[in-house]
Design a protein around this ligand. Structure first.
Ligand code: APR
Length: 244
């Protein structure tokens, strides 16, 4: 590694020889696709109360209101495209696959943009806004209707459908969590992109990887996780393509 290399060059060099890379993304990676984050200046939680909309209690109390909010978000997301940061992660995954290295992408985002960009080894920890789950039989299906009729009912058992999203106060899918932890405990490098690191369990992922010996890089205009060895300050759409 040359003495004069910049932090970005150092990260790119490390990435080019890493054997097991785990990436964690949050709303910040989709900000450059025109999707508001949750806690930024124009954040979603500035205009809506999460406890009124993104909890099982809210859904029990007023399913129509919750579905109206999700219809509003689906309408907003329906026109949004993956940005250069999403696409750069797909290239990095492809290059690592070619050299038989392992790549895992863990996202807290429910916008579906990583899947749309072509990411393959992807775990959507908080679910996907384009999927619905039956409150009766539990069937999970993709439903891209915008708007979805309120309230939607299951075509097989007739019970009400809910967004297939992990709400506040709900547990993440245990299989997702164990696969995520497995990748964190065995990675030699971790990229933490566009997350404020305030919501568990994802908020502890960077320190889990660091204590397992991984080199942790944070990509964010602001400071967030204290566990990073290197912080690349800036927008994901500008920085991540420079790592390919
Ligand atoms: N590029 C990179 N990072 C950015 C950008 C950008 N262009 N714009 C903003 N950010 C950073 C912000 O500095 C902040 O640290 O993205 C982060 C967004 O933080 P949050 O809005 O808290 O989103 P996130 O961390 O994904 O929230 C986690 O909380 O509300 C729940 O379930 C929801 O998945 C969400 C979880």
């Amino acid at each position: 590694m040359s003495r004069m290399s910049s932090p970005i060059e150092q990260v790119r060099e490390r990435l080019s020889s890493a054997c097991r890379v785990t990436v964690l993304t949050g709303a910040g990676i989709s900000a450059d696709s025109g999707i508001p984050t949750f806690r930024g200046p124009d954040g979603l939680w500035k205009n809506f109360r999460a406890e009124d909309l993104a909890t099982p209690e809210a859904f029990t109390r007023d399913p129509a209101l919750v579905w109206e909010w999700y219809n509003w978000r689906r309408e907003l997301l329906a026109t949004k495209e993956p940005n250069p940061a999403h696409r750069a992660l797909v290239s990095i995954e492809g290059k690592m696959e070619t050299r038989r290295a392992q790549f895992h992408l863990l996202t807290q985002n429910v916008d579906g943009l990583h899947g749309l960009a072509g990411s393959r080894n992807l775990i959507e920890l908080h679910g996907n806004i384009w999927e619905v789950r039956c409150t009766g039989c539990g069937a999970v299906t993709e439903d891209r209707r915008v708007p979805i009729p309120i309230p939607p009912y299951c075509s097989s058992c007739g019970k009400m459908l809910r967004p297939h999203i992990v709400w506040f106060g709900e547990m993440l899918d245990s299989d997702d969590v164990s696969r995520a932890l497995e990748s964190l405990e065995h990675c030699d490098m971790m990229l933490v992109i566009g997350t404020s690191g305030v919501v568990q369990p994802a908020a502890s992922f960077a320190s889990t990887a660091r204590s397992a010996g991984a080199f942790v890089v944070e990509i964010n205009p602001d400071a967030s996780s204290g566990a990073a060895h290197v912080a690349l300050r800036g927008r994901a759409a500008e920085i991540v393509p420079l790592l390919v």
